[in-house]
Design a protein. Structure first.
Length: 91
């Protein structure tokens, strides 16, 4: 039972991650960004190489294309993901 409690304390919710992404896009873990992308856009259409590319319901920008930079997400990609989430929620 204690291991479940420890697991859930270490796993951040989507809302918590989004809040952190908005306040500090330079300090986001890649695993957290990937979790948010899967929540909003489903599994990546490609993930075999260095990038994970997610499908969006619109053509063009903002694209959802993320890469792991030694465990951290790239800040410009965090901003692109936030813009894509905003666009998706507006539609």
């Amino acid at each position: 039972m204690w291991y479940r409690l420890q697991y859930h304390l270490g796993v951040a919710s989507i809302e918590t991650i989004l809040s952190a992404m908005r306040s500090q896009p330079k300090n986001v873990r890649y695993a957290d960004l990937h979790k948010v992308c899967e929540h909003y856009f489903g599994p990546p259409r490609t993930s075999g190489g260095s990038h994970a590319v997610f499908r969006t319901p619109w053509p063009g920008d903002p694209r959802v294309n993320i890469q792991n930079g030694h465990g951290k997400a790239k800040p410009y990609q965090v901003r692109q993901v936030l813009a894509a989430i905003e666009k998706k929620e507006d539609n």
